[in-house]
Design a protein around this ligand. Structure first.
Ligand code: F6P
Length: 374
């Protein structure tokens, strides 16, 4: 690959996240010094199926640092190994990974920077394995992304700090109206398998009960916590619920799919538990589901910095030819780690860990405490 300018693709896959544009900008700025041409791939792996590309030069990334979303577009229905969609006039179904590899070659891409979560990095890993088995190459450098902060390979993902800030502010606002009306305010936040957003925002904004997927709860125990507060003269309470929270012996709650797709979206657990607790306590409740507000808008300063560090690290791996790696925060440093280490292992809240301990020590209840009826 020496002698000619490298052509490097970059894509953003899966749910969007504040800080994606900061990564794109950092990659383009680091690579764009004359040794590489950077090509933006539209809408995740979907752009490698439909061959939609955009040139990313310094001008294209000017002014995008504080902008939320992704200038490249994203998709969570773009798995080339299980695809369902149309390209031009043709309907495509099933495994189109061979087409993706062919299009990557046709586009003259020497490597691809893949910004995405667990699912997106897994697809990148599978593509590179398939290419290798066939005697070719799909060279990847990964950048981890998810507001859920649940990737094992990195201490932090960008977007999480922004999401926690948005949730904390929302809970602060719910606090004042809860107090005025002597109500129980339920706020449902994102977190499919991991309760990081609920735990951090609940701690930051003084939630009274925090329900997370890692600690199955009992409705009677949650009601008991709210009753206890009432007995202490607190006529209002704040309950922060991760969307993936589950009752003991129960299942997660999914929203009904309205678009006919196979994808299941979590949501609604807070409302269900709120109604049951209202019946048990007689205290009026209101539920707020924060939803995609948590993912939209400008990234926090912390996330802009972390995203920029990830972008520079990824670009440096490209320049070094250090493929199948991923940028990760380990302690104080951003370092490359093997891409495989990012795949298939989630970083969950430790129910016996320090953060849960801090919450319990300061009076937060998790709905697993024994009540008078247990
Ligand atoms: O992975 C991030 C996340 O925000 C989850 O917490 C949430 O369940 C999911 O994405 C929702 O994404 P979408 O609505 O794009 O499917």
């Amino acid at each position: 690959m020496t002698g000619r300018m490298q052509r490097i693709g970059i894509l953003t896959g899966g749910g969007d996240c504040p800080g994606l544009n900061a990564v794109i900008r950092a990659v383009v700025r680091t690579l764009g010094g004359g040794s590489c041409e950077v090509v933006g791939i539209r809408n995740g792996f979907g752009g490698l199926i439909s061959q939609e590309y955009v040139t990313l030069d310094q001008a294209a990334v000017s002014g995008i640092l504080p902008r939320g979303g992704t200038i490249l577009g994203s998709s969570n229905r773009d798995d080339p190994f299980d695809f369902e969609g149309t390209v031009g006039d043709s309907a495509l179904n099933g495994d189109v990974s061979a087409l993706v590899l062919e299009n990557t070659r046709r586009a003259g891409l020497d490597g691809v920077v893949v910004i995405g979560g667990d699912g997106t990095q897994f697809i990148a890993h599978r593509l590179s394995e398939r290419a290798y088995q066939e005697g070719g190459a799909f060279r990847v450098v990964g950048v981890p992304k998810t507001i859920d902060n649940d990737l094992q390979a990195t201490d932090r993902t960008f977007g999480f700090d922004t999401a926690v800030g948005i949730c904390s502010e929302a809970i602060d606002r719910l606090h004042t109206t809860a107090e005025s009306h002597h109500r129980v305010m339920w706020v449902e936040v994102m977190g499919r398998h991991a309760g990081w957003i609920a735990l951090h925002s609940g701690l930051a904004a003084g939630g009274d009960v925090i329900l997370i997927p890692e600690i199955p709860f009992r409705v009677a125990s949650v009601a008991g916590a709210i009753e206890d507060r009432r007995r202490r003269g607190k006529g209002f309470s704040i309950v922060v619920v991760a969307e993936g929270a589950i009752p003991e012996g129960g299942d997660p709650v999914y929203l009904l799919a309205t678009d006919g797709t196979r994808r299941k979206s979590l949501g609604g657990i807070a409302r269900i538990v709120a109604e049951e607790v209202e019946r048990l306590t007689g205290l009026e409740s209101r539920t707020t589901i924060l939803g995609h507000v948590q993912r939209g808008g400008t990234p926090s300063a912390f996330d802009r910095v972390l995203a920029t560090r990830f972008g520079v690290c990824a670009a440096q791996q490209v320049l070094a030819g250090s493929w199948n790696t991923m940028a990760a925060l380990r302690g104080p440093s951003v370092v490359p780690v093997p891409l495989v280490s990012a795949v298939g292992s989630q970083r969950l809240v430790d129910p016996l860990g320090e953060l849960v301990g801090v919450a319990r020590a300061t009076g937060v209840r998790f709905g697993d405490e024994l009540g008078p009826t247990d």
